[in-house]
Design a protein around this ligand. Sequence first.
Ligand SMILES: [Zn+2]
Length: 390
Amino acid sequence: MITREDMLELAQFQGHGADCAISFFFQPSRPTNKAHREDAILAKDLIRQALREAEKNGRNGGARADLQRILDLAADWQGNQPRARVIFACGSRGIWREFDLPPHFAHTQLFVNRRFHLKPVVLVLRAQPRLWLAFVDRHRARIFDLHLDELEEREALFHALPRRGRGDGFAGYDAGHAERSVNDEVQRHYKNVAEYLRQGQETGAFDNLIIGCQDINWHEFETHLHPYVSQRLLGRIVADVGTVTEQDVRQQADHILRQSLDRHRHGVVNEILSQAKSNGRGVTGLRRVLRSLEMGEVRILLMSENYSARAVECGSCGHLDAHMVRYCPLCGRGTREVEDVCDAIVPAAICRDIELFYVKDDPSLDHVGNIAALLRFRADQSKGRMAAAS
Ligand SMILES: [Zn+2]
């Protein structure tokens, strides 16, 4: 499992001098694929090639030892293992991190760079936020936690209802009384479940929530949900608490999650592009996005999934420039080339808690340069307003 703290730590890393940041992603093929042995061969080829390049470039220190260590590990990997393997390493700085993730990488990849290559992990984490599924009826509740393909039932709440029957007294008055007391107990139960969910939301135990509940109970239960919990609700499914199986939970969650992510992504693309058109809180194109990142204006960063662009970075102040200039326009020091600007902006986005969105094949984003951002504010416009007010 990879946590937010892990991501932050990896994002903050930047190599100096001869430091090499190695990022390795091993994607096993589907169990049905008989050619799984080729996965391991491909992985080893990639590592050997990187070893040769490291030697050619005179990086015989950390990179070589790290690559050799990955090569030794890869000897034991089976192509048909259920999880993908990720390694981030920088021997000269004493960093070695290994993670298992769901096998949803595009393919096996290796990067040797100044920073860790985090985009494949961001893509997997985005597709699978930490999800709770709460199945509720009038006296029972079961709560499941689904994160990175791992499903766990974390809580079963059961609230005994008062018995109704002959022993409750005379029919008539007491029957009505018993009915009311059952209803009170049901409301109390709903309240308990809602409180459990509120605490989960408050402690950050889940990002999103799905409720499984029969139609007749939903309206009553819904009124007990805290507004912050309701905001995290992705959808509801009609389900029975007693008979729901692990397979149901996974299937339904996958379906609702995919739908809601698509909807959300679509909404974000439309909002950014329309804000950019009206010269509001949206900007498009690398040059403008880099400027907004530097100004601290960006709230959401949007990129095509295969976006890549060259840029230069100032070795002194860290300024990124879409023009391949030899000297930094801000501080005048020398710049160095960044093969893919994403390797610099993805970690920056993670460090600053900027939401990252990747979009596949969207002609409207393609049209504006495949990169765009939604801003919290626009520094130029706030200054304008302040000047006008004074
Ligand atoms: Zn500079």
